[in-house]
Design a protein around this ligand. Structure first.
Ligand code: ADP
Length: 498
C-alpha cells in the first residue's frame, strides 16, 4: 500500500474554487482552481449555482490529484466562503434554488425587524454577531418565507440547510453526512457560541425548523468518507473550517493575543481570545476560532470593506496606474508631508464606526498634490483602518483581562507591497510578519485534516514550522505616528454622516 503523505485541501471561495495538496511537512505540492460565476438577479442580490460549486469542487479535486495520485492522500480538509446559504432536498441532493451569497443585501428589512423586536442584545450575546444580512439566518428565513411549501417540507425533515462546507460534505459523502463545523456554524447567526448549540429563540423568531439544520462538529474529526467515484478512492474528510478561521489556523495563531490579517479585496482580521468568549464593547464580532475535542477557542473578528478594492478603484476608476504593483513606487516617491488623506467610505464605514451613510473623500489637497500623493493616501488608508480595528480589539481584550497582540501576521495579495507593509508596521506600532506560505486558508484546512489524520504531529509542531517571508519592524518616531493617525481620525470625522 502506498504511503499516505498528502492532504487534499478544498478551498471553496466566493470567486473561485481551489484544490491544493500539502505534503507531510505542510508544504504546498500542487494546486488547481476554477472561476465561479457570480449571479446578480437584482441590485444588491448575489447568488451562486450550488450545483456549479459542487461540479467545480469535483473538477479541481480530480485535476490536482493527477499530479500525486489518490493513493497518497491521507485525508481531505474543507474550507469555504462563510455565511453563503444553500437549501437542498435530503432525498435527491437537489438544491431548491441558487445559493444566496454572503454579500447579498436582500434581507436588510428582516434584520430591521429583528432590531425592532429588541433582539440585538440577544444576538450579540448568543451568536457574537450583529443583525446583518451578511449572515445566513435571514437568508434562510427569506428562502423559506418566499416559498411557503418549503417551510412545511423543511419541518418534515425533507430539506437540508447548510453553508457551503455542509453542502460539499453532503455531496462528497453521497448524502451520508449532514454536518458543519463550529466555525461555520458561528457565522450563521443561529448558533449560540457560548453554549455550543443552535439558538431556539432565533430559530423560532425566524420560523426555521430545527429538522433542517446540520449537526455541528469539531473542526478536526470524522465528517464521513468521500465516495470512491468522486476522487478515485474513498477518502476521509477529517478537517473543516470557514475561510477566515482556517487562515488564522494556517497562520498558527494558536495562543491568545495572536492575530492575523488577510489583505485581499477587503481585509479580515482575527485575534485569538483563547477559551474566553469576549463580547465586544466596540462592535467587533465574536466568533469561534476553532473547536477541538468539544473545546472552543474563541476569536474577535473585524473587517475592512475596502483594502485592495481601494487600489482597484485608483487603478480602474481614476486610471492612476495600470498595475496594482506600481502603487508601491508611486507611494515611495510621494511627498511624505503632503497631508493628503483618502477615506475609502465607498460603501459607508465598517468597524468600528458602523456608519452606512458615510461616503468616501480625498482631503487635504493642495496644488502640490499629484497622483503619487493620492495613491500613497490610498495605501495609507489600509494601514489606518487596520489600526482602527486593532485599537478596538485591544480595548475589548484589555477589558477581558487579555494581553493585546504583540505582532501582526499578514497574508493576501496586498502583502506584496513592501512600502505598505512598512507603513503598516509604523502605523500599528507592531512588527508585521508576512507568511511564507501565502495560501494560508487552504493550509489551515490541511492543518485541521492533517492533525486529525496523524500526518502532522501536533499544533506545537505546526507552530514551530511557521515561517515569515518578510518581517517589518515599526520605525516611525512616536510623535509622527500619533500625528499621522490623528490626521486620519480627523479625516474620518469629516466624512461621517452623523
Ligand atoms: P482576493 O482574494 O480578495 O481576490 P488577493 O489576495 O488576490 O484578493 O489580492 C488582490 C488585491 O490586492 C487586489 O485588490 C489588488 O488591488 C491588491 N494588490 C495586489 N498587489 C498589490 C500591490 N503590489 N500593492 C497594492 N495592492 C495590491
Amino acid at each position: 500500500m502506498a504511503e499516505k503523505t498528502t492532504i487534499l485541501a478544498i478551498d471553496q471561495g466566493t470567486t473561485s474554487t481551489r484544490a491544493m495538496l500539502f505534503d507531510a511537512d505542510g508544504r504546498p505540492q500542487a494546486s488547481a482552481s476554477q472561476e465561479l460565476e457570480q449571479i446578480y438577479p437584482r441590485p444588491g442580490w448575489v447568488e451562486h449555482d450550488a450545483e456549479a460549486i459542487w461540479q467545480a469542487t469535483l473538477a479541481v479535486g480530480r485535476k490536482v490529484l493527477e499530479s500525486v495520485g489518490t493513493e497518497a492522500v491521507a485525508a481531505v480538509g474543507i474550507t469555504n466562503q462563510r455565511e453563503t446559504t444553500v437549501v437542498w432536498e435530503r432525498e435527491t441532493a437537489r438544491p431548491v434554488g441558487n445559493a444566496i451569497v454572503w454579500q447579498d443585501r436582500r434581507t436588510a428589512e428582516i434584520c430591521d425587524g429583528l432590531r425592532a423586536d429588541g433582539l440585538e442584545t440577544h444576538i450579540a450575546e448568543a451568536t457574537g454577531l450583529v443583525p446583518d444580512p451578511y449572515f445566513s439566518a435571514t437568508k434562510l428565513a427569506w428562502i423559506l418565507s418566499e416559498r411557503p411549501e418549503l417551510g412545511d417540507r423543511a419541518a418534515a425533515g425533507e430539506l437540508c440547510f447548510g453553508t457551503v462546507d455542509s453542502w460539499l460534505i453532503f455531496r462528497l459523502t453521497g448524502g451520508a453526512v449532514h454536518a458543519t463545523d463550529a466555525t461555520n456554524a458561528s457565522r450563521t447567526m443561529l448558533y449560540d457560541i457560548g453554549k455550543g448549540a443552535w439558538d431556539d429563540r432565533l430559530l423560532e423568531r425566524l420560523a426555521i425548523p430545527a429538522a433542517m439544520l446540520p449537526e455541528v462538529r469539531d473542526c478536526q474529526g470524522a465528517f464521513g468518507v468521500c465516495e470512491a467515484d468522486h476522487f478515485g478512492a474513498e477518502l476521509p474528510i477529517l478537517g473543516v473550517a470557514g475561510d477566515q478561521q482556517a487562515a488564522s489556523f494556517g497562520q498558527a495563531c494558536f495562543a491568545p493575543g495572536m492575530i492575523k490579517a488577510t489583505y485581499g479585496t477587503g481585509c479580515f482580521a482575527l485575534v485569538n481570545t483563547g477559551a474566553q468568549k469576549v463580547t465586544s464593547g466596540n462592535r467587533m464580532l465574536g466568533t469561534i476560532g476553532y473547536q477541538l475535542e468539544g473545546r472552543r477557542t474563541y476569536a474577535l473578528e473585524g473587517s475592512i470593506f475596502m483594502a485592495g478594492a481601494t487600489i482597484q478603484w485608483l487603478r480602474d476608476a481614476l486610471g492612476l496606474f495600470a498595475d496594482a504593483a506600481e502603487s508601491e513606487a508611486m507611494a515611495a516617491e510621494a511627498d511624505p508631508e503632503s497631508g493628503v488623506y483618502l477615506v475609502p467610505a465607498f460603501q459607508g464605514l465598517g468597524a468600528p464606526y458602523w456608519d452606512a451613510g458615510a461616503r468616501g473623500a480625498i482631503l487635504g489637497l493642495s496644488r502640490a498634490a499629484s497622483r503619487n500623493e493620492v495613491v500613497r493616501a490610498g495605501l495609507e488608508s489600509v494601514a489606518f483602518q487596520t489600526r482602527d480595528l486593532l485599537e478596538a480589539m485591544g480595548r475589548d481584550m484589555t477589558a477581558a483581562g487579555l494581553e493585546p497582540p504583540a505582532a501582526l501576521r499578514v497574508d493576501g495579495g496586498m502583502t506584496a507591497n513592501r512600502w505598505l507593509m512598512q507603513f503598516l508596521a509604523d502605523t500599528v506600532g507592531l512588527p508585521v510578519e508576512v507568511a511564507e506560505i501565502a495560501e494560508t486558508t487552504a493550509l489551515g484546512a490541511a492543518y485541521h485534516a492533517g492533525l486529525a489524520a496523524g500526518l502532522y504531529g501536533s499544533q506545537d509542531e505546526l507552530a514551530q514550522k511557521w515561517r515569515c517571508a518578510a518581517r517589518f519592524e515599526p520605525a516611525m518616531p512616536e510623535a509622527e505616528r500619533a500625528a499621522r493617525y490623528d490626521g486620519w481620525r480627523a479625516a474620518v470625522d469629516r466624512v461621517r454622516s452623523r
